[in-house]
Design a protein around this ligand. Structure first.
Ligand SMILES: C[S@@+](CC[C@H](N)C(=O)[O-])C[C@H]1O[C@@H](n2cnc3c(N)ncnc32)[C@H](O)[C@@H]1O
Length: 442
């Protein structure tokens, strides 16, 4: 297969922050795609209307890009409930008067509580396994009070349920949307006031001496995060998302998703994980507190295992079964050094290939698929994931059109990772990214 790869400086966005002024983040999420990239590639491909799918939608940056060029129908899949919470909160239209009044009410209740001498001692804290390892009793009680208050404030009324079924449905959906929005700053606060070390995706507890003097002001952290979220949503999102259609699905894109949506998508814009969660980005660990406590997901600890390559394989057959001209030699070289590691790498690409085969079918004839990937290094060997994606496109009746290489300047990724998960052993993570473009053949 000839492989057109172009170094394209236009897509570097050197020095630009995530979303720049257009769409700032409402909640941090690892390895987000900068919306500027999506916006410019959609413009370059002349995509201005139609339905967009993102099978690994994360916090929804591809939809933000679609929105900016005029798309209004978005479908996302992700295995991580926190990712969908962020995506939904960013892209669900809320009545600004109602939201503002709710935010103010919540602020006032917190003010009143702080001014009173009421103790939170009696509050029953919902605890996931190991909660006390990560939160002080004081932080746990204050977080729980905020959560209970948000839940109470966003309960849809029973009365309208009895008398007006239709309007109840609407008001129930609206209440749910308001609750999801208020959960964002609470999730931010949870992480800030936990015993986790700053700026790490994986969960590491702070040192004992730091922990002794750590007494986070939970209420003021929350009200600050709440205001910031509200103001950003009001200034950057509210006006632009009215009337759009967003469908999010918890779980991986599968064959039944395909049957449900057989009218097909006009464009797929996505960035899959770069490798398994254990040795690259641990989305599940990053999201554990929100998933386990805020969203009460029993699967919270299983997310990294559900991710591509999450089921570790020591089976050497995995390497042979990969059958990829893009990756074959590199994986064989890794196997010469470490067969077990090569099998794990092959298991990731096996999962990625199976997953891509499912959602590539959902593209309409003539539709475009844009896949943003990074080429990670294992045992000193660079894995050409961009070429692998192009190869899979060709196998799935897509024509690979072009791949652009861009420099990553400010992606929220650890700048060094631990490739073998050994304490103290790190290697630089990738500093460039690839935008792989294909179109569906007849
Ligand atoms: C690189 S991130 C996507 C980031 C997204 N573009 C953004 O800007 O927020 C990859 C996402 O894939 C999700 N993921 C991993 N395995 C998946 C699978 N099998 N199906 C669906 N989503 C998956 C992860 O939870 C993560 O949110």
């Amino acid at each position: 297969m000839s492989y057109p790869l172009t170094r394209n400086e236009h897509y570097d966005f050197t020095g630009e922050a995530y979303g720049a002024k257009l769409y700032p983040n409402l909640h941090p999420y690892p390895a987000t795609m900068i919306p500027q990239l999506g916006i410019d590639i959609l413009k370059e491909l002349n995509i201005t209307q139609g339905r967009m799918l993102d099978p690994y939608c994360g916090s929804g940056s591809s939809f933000i890009a679609g929105l900016e060029v005029g798309l209004d129908d978005f479908t996302g899949y992700d295995i991580n409930p926190l990712a969908l919470l962020i995506c939904q909160a960013r892209l669900t239209y809320l009545d600004m008067e109602k939201l503002e009044s709710l935010v103010q009410k919540l602020e006032r209740r917190i003010e009143r509580l702080r001014a009173s001498s009421d103790s939170l001692g009696g509050i029953e804290v919902e605890k996931f396994n190991n909660f006390d390892y990560w939160f002080s009793p004081h932080a746990g009680q204050e977080l729980q009070w905020i959560k209970n208050t948000i839940v109470r404030m966003t309960k849809s009324s029973k009365k309208s349920e009895e008398f007006h079924e239709e309007s109840h449905k609407e008001s129930h959906e609206e209440s749910e949307a308001l609750r999801r929005f208020l959960f964002l700053p609470l999730s931010v606060t949870m992480r800030q006031c936990s015993y986790t070390r700053d700026k790490e995706f994986k969960l590491y507890r702070m040192s004992e001496d730091k922990l002794e003097n750590f007494s986070p002001p939970v209420f003021s952290m929350f009200t600050r995060a709440l205001r910031a979220c509200f103001l950003t949503y009001k200034a950057c999102y509210a006006q632009k998302i009215k009337g759009i259609q967003l469908t999010t699905n918890l779980g991986a894109y599968n064959n039944s998703s395909h049957n449900k949506n057989n009218s097909g998508y006009d464009v797929i814009l996505t960035s899959p994980p770069y490798g398994d969660s254990r040795t690259t980005v641990a989305y599940g660990q990053f999201s554990l507190f929100a998933n386990a406590w805020l969203l009460e997901q029993s699967q919270a600890r299983a997310i990294d295992n559900l991710s591509l390559g999450g089921k570790r394989s020591q089976n050497k057959d995995c390497v042979a079964a990969l059958n990829s001209s893009a990756l074959g030699e590199v994986v064989a070289s890794i196997a010469n050094e470490d067969e077990a590691r090569a099998a794990e790498v092959a298991a990731f690409y096996r999962d990625l290939k199976e997953s891509m085969a499912r959602w590539m079918k959902a593209l309409k004839v003539g539709g475009k698929a844009v896949v943003v990937v990074g080429n990670r290094t294992v045992k000193g060997f660079v894995l050409p994931t961009d070429q692998f994606v192009a190869e899979c496109m060709e196998q799935q009746n897509l024509c690979h059109e072009v791949s652009y290489q861009r420099k990553i300047s400010r992606k929220r990724m650890p700048s060094r990772n631990s490739p073998r998960n050994l304490a103290g052993e790190t290697a630089p993570t990738m500093m460039s990214e690839f935008i792989v473009v294909g179109s569906k053949r007849r």
